[in-house]
Design a binder for this molecule. Structure first.
Ligand SMILES: [Zn+2]
Length: 519
C-alpha cells in the first residue's frame, strides 16, 4: 500500500486556494496566464529562461545499455563543449544533495568565485550610485497579495508556516499564520521606499540586494546551476522621477557593458520589448517611457532590436541576450520599467508643479513651482548578472575551467622541491606573506594560496597544480631558502614571462595589481 500523500500546502493556505485559475473571476483566464508569464519576466525574476533547455546530467550510466565503444582521443572537432556540472565536480566548486534539491552547496573554491563576483559588483555600486540593503526572506501573505504575486505567482512560491502559529487559536486571520518565501526583492524594496517621506531632491534612489531567492521549479527540470530553486541575484531597484528615466537606463546599459567586458563575456544584443495589448498606465506614459528607452539604447552604441508588443503589462523592458562561445543565446541581464508596483504600494514623493513633474516636463513658471504635491515615482528593476548561479555556470563553461587570475579559485600553488625542514619552513613563510598574514602584515590579501609540501616528485606536483588550474606556480627549494626568494612559473597567466625569481613581496604586489585590474 502506498503511503498517503501529504499535501504540499496546508489546507487553510490562501496560496493553495488561489492556485486554480478558474477561481479567479477577473481578469480573464487568458489574461491571467499572460500576467503569470509577465510577472515571471520581471527583471529580478528571470532566473530560468526558456532559452536554457534542461540537458541530462553528464556521464550517467544507462541500465542494460550495450558496452560503450573504446574511448577515442578527443580532437578539437569532436571534443564536447565544456559542461559546468562536470567542471564543478572536477574543480570541487559546488555540490548538491537530495535533501535540498535545486539548491547548490558552494564549496570553498566555488564560494571564492561567487564572492569575487559579488565584490566586483559591490565596487561598481559605488560607481553607479547603488546602496546595498538587507531585507527579510519571508513576508506575510498579505504583502504578496498587495504586490500581485498571490494572484499571479503563487504556484511558483513556497509558503512558510511556523508550527506554533499554525496551531494557535488566537490569531485573527490566515495572514498571521502563513508567510511566503520571497521569489524576488521588489516588494521589499517598495516597503523601504515607503518607510520615509521622499522629496524630489532624494531621487533617484537605487537599492541593491544579494538576498537568496526561492522559486518552486519542477524537480525534473532542475539542472546544475542553471535550473535551480534557490539562487542569488545582483538585484537592484531604482526609484526615479519620470524625467530621470532616460539617464537611469543609459547608466544601467553602461553598467552592463562594463561588467560583461570585464568578465570577458559577449557579444550580446539588446532587445527592447514594447507595449503589449493588455497594459496598465496611460498611452502617454508608455510613449514617453519607450522613447526614453530608445534614446538610451541609441546612445549605448550597441545594436538593438524591437520585440513589438512583448513588454510586460506594467512597463517596457530591455533584455540583454548573451551569446556564449558555442553560439547559444542566454538572457542574462534585464532592465525593466514598472508603472504598476509604485501604484500598488502607493509610493510617492513630493515635488513642485506635481502634474508637470508626473509627465516628466520641466517648468520655470514661478506660480506652478510654488505648488508642491505628491508624485508617483517610476520603478526600474535591473539585474546585471541576473542569477549569480547561472552566470557562474556560463563563466565556468566560457573559460573551460581556466579562469583569469582575479576570478581563479586556485590562484597560487606553492610546491616544495623536497620536504626538508628549512624548505618547508620557508614555504610556509612565503604562503603567509602571500596571504598577508605574516608578521608585520596589516591586511589579508584574500588570495587563494595552496601549499604542497609532500615528498612526491616535483614534476608530478607541478602537473597536478596546473591540471587543477593554478594561475601561478611557486617553487621552493634549497636555493630559494638561501636567496630568501621564490621561483615563479607564470606561464598560465596570459602575456607573462615563463619563469623568474623574485621576492615573495614582489609576487604579492604583482598578483595584487592584476587582481585589482580584474585580469
Ligand atoms: Zn524587481
Amino acid at each position: 500500500m502506498l503511503p498517503q500523500r501529504v499535501p504540499r500546502w496546508p489546507t487553510h493556505s490562501l496560496f493553495r486556494q488561489l492556485r486554480p485559475l478558474q477561481r479567479i473571476p477577473a481578469p480573464t483566464r487568458q489574461l491571467q496566464l499572460q500576467l503569470q508569464l509577465q510577472l515571471r519576466s520581471c527583471s529580478s525574476c528571470e532566473a530560468t529562461p526558456a532559452s536554457q533547455a534542461a540537458t541530462p546530467p553528464p556521464g550517467k550510466p544507462i541500465k542494460n545499455a550495450p558496452p560503450p565503444p573504446p574511448p577515442k582521443s578527443p580532437s578539437p572537432e569532436t571534443k564536447p563543449p565544456p559542461d559546468h556540472r562536470a567542471l564543478g565536480l572536477h574543480q570541487k566548486l559546488f555540490t548538491t544533495s537530495p535533501y535540498s534539491p535545486g539548491s547548490a552547496f558552494f564549496l570553498p573554491a566555488g564560494t571564492r568565485i561567487f564572492n569575487r563576483l559579488v565584490t566586483f559588483l559591490r565596487n561598481q555600486y559605488v560607481r553607479y550610485g547603488f546602496e546595498e540593503v538587507i531585507t527579510p526572506l519571508i513576508y506575510k501573505k498579505n504583502l504578496w497579495a498587495k504586490s500581485g504575486h498571490l494572484e499571479n505567482y503563487a504556484q511558483d512560491m513556497y509558503t512558510v508556516t511556523g508550527a506554533r502559529h499554525a496551531a494557535s487559536e488566537d490569531l485573527e486571520s490566515d495572514s498571521d499564520r502563513e508567510y511566503g518565501l520571497k521569489p524576488m526583492n521588489c516588494p521589499g524594496h517598495c516597503l523601504i521606499f515607503a518607510s520615509q517621506k521622499r522629496s524630489f531632491r532624494d531621487l533617484p534612489i537605487r537599492y541593491a540586494d544579494f538576498s537568496p531567492l526561492h522559486r518552486n521549479e519542477n524537480t525534473g527540470s532542475l539542472t546544475g546551476l542553471t535550473r535551480v530553486r534557490r539562487f542569488h541575484q545582483d538585484d537592484g531597484h531604482i526609484f526615479c522621477r519620470p524625467i530621470q528615466i532616460e539617464e537611469e537606463i543609459r547608466k544601467s546599459l553602461e553598467f552592463v557593458k562594463h561588467t560583461y567586458s570585464t568578465l570577458g563575456l559577449g557579444p550580446y544584443r539588446l532587445a527592447l520589448s514594447t507595449r503589449p495589448d493588455q497594459y496598465m498606465g496611460s498611452l502617454e506614459d508608455w510613449e514617453q517611457a519607450e522613447n526614453a528607452l530608445k534614446r538610451a539604447l541609441d546612445a549605448s552604441g550597441t545594436n538593438w532590436t524591437v520585440n513589438e508588443g512583448d513588454g510586460a503589462f506594467y512597463g517596457p523592458k530591455i533584455d540583454i541576450v548573451l551569446r556564449d562561445s558555442h553560439g547559444k543565446e542566454h538572457q542574462t541581464a534585464t532592465i525593466q520599467l514598472d508603472f504598476q508596483l509604485p501604484k500598488r504600494f502607493e509610493l510617492e514623493y513630493i515635488a513642485p508643479a506635481p502634474e508637470m513633474e508626473q509627465r516628466g516636463e520641466i517648468t520655470t513658471d514661478p506660480e506652478l513651482l510654488a505648488t508642491f504635491g505628491p508624485v508617483r515615482p517610476v520603478m526600474i528593476h535591473r539585474a546585471v548578472l541576473g542569477s549569480v548561479e547561472r552566470l557562474m555556470a556560463l563563466l565556468i563553461e566560457h573559460y573551460d575551467g581556466k579562469y583569469p587570475l582575479w576570478l581563479n579559485p586556485n590562484q597560487i600553488k606553492i610546491i616544495t622541491v623536497n620536504d626538508t625542514e628549512p624548505v618547508v619552513e620557508w614555504a610556509n613563510h612565503v604562503r603567509e606573506r602571500l596571504l598577508g598574514i605574516a608578521e608585520g602584515d596589516i591586511t589579508p590579501t584574500h588570495f587563494a594560496v595552496d601549499l604542497d609540501t609532500s615528498a612526491r616528485p616535483m614534476s608530478v606536483k607541478k602537473a597536478e597544480a596546473l591540471s587543477a588550474g593554478a594561475s601561478v606556480v611557486v617553487t621552493i627549494g634549497a636555493s630559494e631558502v638561501e636567496g630568501m626568494n621564490v621561483s615563479v612559473d607564470l606561464s598560465a597567466v596570459a602575456g607573462s614571462r615563463k619563469r623568474q625569481t623574485m621576492r615573495a613581496e614582489e609576487l604579492r604586489e604583482w598578483v595584487g595589481e592584476r587582481v585589482a585590474a580584474h585580469k
